[in-house]
Design a protein around this ligand. Structure first.
Ligand code: XIL
Length: 379
């Protein structure tokens, strides 16, 4: 396997600097022209980061970031070099932002926003209305419908309003359908039925009319009972005129189990006129992972990226973490892990190179024309 992600980046920088130095010297001496350029440039080109390749394609290449790791140099530099988009892993969730009613604390979320801005990255806001990581004052507050609507409005307008013009896209509602494809039981659903989703979308839209608004869930990557519910819900929301712009397919996958109808599923949502993003991709394998597992994982990453790159309206993929060292998988799926493209030592895994190739289309580094989405009418 090739070298360390960071040293590769450092190597790339060194090559670029070397090239600049060669150009300057040649110019200063007025003799060599830039004869050193092609070789150096080509070498530097092969050392592109995922971010550089994604930038050329106009593709969103994201990662989840936890502010507590940002003072670790390798974490910080990898997050900045390899990704053009970030999602707060936890610090924008309700329990982090408003742990007690009316007591907002934005410090941790600000850290991630400021990191993204310093590195010229897009931000995906995760998440506004979710049954999980929801403080008990909301869940057990005994609010009636109108009170709960006020609580939602305060939280959404304060949070989205704070980052108006700075957070590009929002998961407005997360995981609202359960594993049996029924509406998930939550305080929001209890008081409002499914209408809380449209209400939340309108509140977010009012707070930042330019932000793109998403609904987001897991196990909706392929065509199944749960994604069918989302399809009908999305069509219904659009028919009602709710400001819904996209759907996020979380994509917490198991190696060897990329749904074979993932492309068709994405296409049916883009056919509704929605943007699709893969918002939390990881591909878990049994641990300790062996070479066969990591090869299978690489093929899965390749397939998923190729599908999204190929479908007009599928605008990006976010991987759920910078490094295996801090991935949520081992803590949540017993005996599984090693789910990200970059390992715990910040070394690239086969999956990293598979993504690298997928972003380069046939190993060709030239920019490609990404098909843009034709506007379509809702059904
Ligand atoms: C996870 C985080 O990665 C963990 O650190 C946290 O303990 C629990 O939440 N779906 C989501 C994400 O929408 O917010 C979850 O993130 C992973 C599953």
């Amino acid at each position: 396997m090739s070298g360390h992600v960071r040293s590769r980046t450092a190597l790339c920088t060194a090559l670029t600097l070397g090239l600049a130095a060669a150009g300057l010297t040649a110019e200063a001496h007025g003799q060599f022209g830039l004869t050193a350029t092609p070789v150096a440039a080509e070498t530097a080109h092969q050392q592109q980061t995922l971010r550089e390749r994604a930038d050329q394609l106009g593709f969103r290449m994201g990662t989840a970031v936890s502010e507590q790791h940002l003072n670790e140099q390798a974490y910080h530099d990898t997050a900045a070099a390899e990704f053009n988009s970030v999602t707060h892993e936890n610090s924008l969730k309700w329990e982090s932002i408003q742990p007690e009613q009316g007591e907002y604390s934005f410090d941790r979320a600000d850290t991630v926003v400021e990191f993204a801005e310093a590195n010229d990255q897009q931000i995906h806001g995760h998440t506004l209305v979710w049954h999980s990581q929801l403080p008990s004052w909301v869940e057990d507050g005994g609010f009636g419908p109108e009170e709960l609507l006020d609580v939602m409005d305060d939280h959404i307008s304060t949070t989205v309003g704070r980052y108006e013009g700075r957070i590009d896209t929002w998961d407005v509602a997360n995981e609202i359908i359960d594993d049996d494809a029924n509406w998930r039981n939550s305080v929001f659903h209890e008081q409002w039925g499914e209408d809380f989703v449209a209400e939340a979308l309108h509140m977010a839209h009012a707070a930042d009319p330019a932000a793109s608004l998403f609904i987001n869930d897991y196990n909706i990557e392929g065509i199944n009972a749960k994604s069918d519910v989302y399809y009908d819900l999305a069509a219904d929301l659009l028919d009602q005129g709710a400001p819904l712009d996209g759907i996020g397919l979380q994509s917490h996958l198991i190696a060897g189990q990329v749904p074979n109808d993932m492309r068709q599923n994405i296409e049916r949502f883009t056919d509704l006129g929605l943007e699709v993003m893969l918002t939390e991709l990881d591909v878990r394998v049994p641990t300790p992972a062996d070479e066969t597992d990591l090869q299978q994982q690489a093929e899965d990453y390749r397939e998923v990226f190729e599908i999204c790159l190929d479908v007009p309206g599928c605008s990006g993929v976010t991987v759920w973490g910078v490094t295996d060292a801090y991935s949520w998988v081992p803590g949540n799926f017993e005996g599984e892990g090693a789910a990200l493209p970059i390992d715990e030592d910040y070394d690239p895994k086969p999956a990293y190179w598979a993504i690298h190739e997928a972003l380069g289309e046939n190993g060709n580094n030239d920019p490609i024309d990404r098909p843009t989405q034709e506007p379509t009418a809702s059904p």
